[in-house]
Design a protein around this ligand. Sequence first.
Ligand SMILES: Cc1cc2nc3c(=O)[nH]c(=O)nc-3n(C[C@H](O)[C@H](O)[C@H](O)COP(=O)(O)OP(=O)(O)OC[C@H]3O[C@@H](n4cnc5c(N)ncnc54)[C@H](O)[C@@H]3O)c2cc1C
Length: 416
Amino acid sequence: MRYSLLSILANGLSGKKGWKPAWRDASPKPAYDVVIIGGGGHGLATAYYLAKEHCIRNVAVIEKGYIGSGNAGRNTTIIRSNYLLPGNEPFYEWSMKLWEGLEQELNYNAMVSQRGVLNLYHSDAQRDAYARRGNAMRLNGVDAELLDADGVKAMYPFLDFANARFPIQGGLLQRRGGTARHDAVVWGYARGADRLGVDIIQNCEVTGFIREGEAIVGVETTRGPIRAGKVGMAVAGNTSRVAAMAGLRLPIESHVLQAFVSEGLKPLIDGVVTFGAGHFYISQSDKGGLVFGGDIDGYNSYAQRGNLPVIEDVCEGGMALMPCIGRLRLLRHWGGIMDMSMDGSPIIDTTPVPGLYLNAGWCYGGFKATPASGWCFAHLIARDEPHTVGAAFRLDRFRTGHLIDEKGVGAQPNLH
Ligand SMILES: Cc1cc2nc3c(=O)[nH]c(=O)nc-3n(C[C@H](O)[C@H](O)[C@H](O)COP(=O)(O)OP(=O)(O)OC[C@H]3O[C@@H](n4cnc5c(N)ncnc54)[C@H](O)[C@@H]3O)c2cc1C
C-alpha cells in the first residue's frame, strides 16, 4: 500500500485496521539469481537497486537476526559528504544526492534532516587542513563554508569559547549534511525491495558456502541450503568471519564503537557538531535526547558492547566542548561492530572467489554511504563492472598501493 495523507486519515478514522505489513515474512526458496548476506542498510539497499535499476528481482536478503539489528540500527545517524580525496568525494556526494530524494523514491519517511554538520578547528594547522578539504569539496560541486570563531559563536553560543584548553578558532560547515532516522532507512529500503519482489529472510544465519569447484554457487544457512547465481556479502562487522567461510583473509579488523543518548531536553543543538581537539560529536534527536559518540574501543572484538575507558573519554570530550551538559543524565548506550579497513575507506569489489562479491570496510562512516553503497554494489553484481563513483574501492588497492587514506594515518585501522 502507498502511504499518503489520505491513507493516514482513512486509517485513523477506521481504527487503524487497514495497515498492511510493510514487507512479507518470506521463507527461503531453493534458489535465487542473487543472494545478499546481511540485512543491514547496505544489503537491503543493494537488493532494492538490483530490483529497481537492473530488473533483477529473484533476489533474497538473508539476515541472521532481524533487519537493522547490526550497525544500521545502532549508529548516530550522521550523513555528510565532506570528504577530501578523489576516490571518496564523488561517492559520498552521490550518496548525499540519493538521500535528498530518498523519501519520495521510497514513499517512506526516513526523517532525512539537512540540519548542517560543523567540524570545529582549534589551531592554525587544523584550519588550513579544513580550508583544503573545503576547497576540494567545492571543486567537486559540494557545498562547504569555512567559519571563523564569531561565525561558530553565532550558531552555537553555548560552546566553551572562553576558558577552553583548546580554544575554538572556527569550523568547516556543510549545510547539506545532517541526520536521518536509521531504523526508518532500513524499513524503507526493506519495504521498497519487498514491493519489487525481493524476499527478506530474517532469523536465518549463513553458516557456509556451497561450492562447485572454485566457484560459490549458494549458501548454507540455519534454514537449509540456498543456491544462487551470485552471492553478495554486506555483513559489516562480521566481514572477516563470513569471508573466512569462503577461505578469504581480508584487510579488515573488527572494533567496537559505542554511542550514547541522554535524557530528553528542550531544543539545544539544531545541527551536528564535531570537536576537533578530541574525538567527540553530538546532535539532538527529534525526541530531545542528545545523541553523541567518540572513538572506537581500541581492541578487536565481535561483541556489540563496549567498555568504560571510552565512555570516560567521550564524556571528557563532551565536557571540554560544552560544559553545560555536565549535569545531564545518560539514558542509554550501546556498541556496534565496525569493519575497519587498513586505509579507512570501503571495499566494493569482486573477490578472488568466482561468484562472491564484497561490500565491506565501512569503518564508522557507513551509514551516510547506505544509498550509494547499495547503488554501486547492485551495479557491480548486475554488470560485473564497478560503477564510476565507487570504482576506487577496489580490494587489490592494498596490494598495489593505491590506498585512499583520508586521514593520512597509514595502516592503523584503530586510527581511521
Ligand atoms: C555506534 C555507531 C555509530 C555510528 N555512527 C555513524 C554515523 O553517525 N554516520 C555514519 O555514516 N556511520 C556511522 N556508523 C557506521 C554505520 O552504522 C555502518 O558503517 C553501517 O551501518 C554498515 O553497513 P550496514 O548498515 O549494512 O551494516 P549492519 O547493519 O551491521 O548489517 C550487517 C548485517 O549482517 C548480518 N550478518 C552478519 N553475519 C551474518 C551471517 N553469517 N548470516 C546472515 N547475516 C549476517 C548482521 O546481523 C547485520 O544485520 C556508526 C556505527 C556505530 C556502531
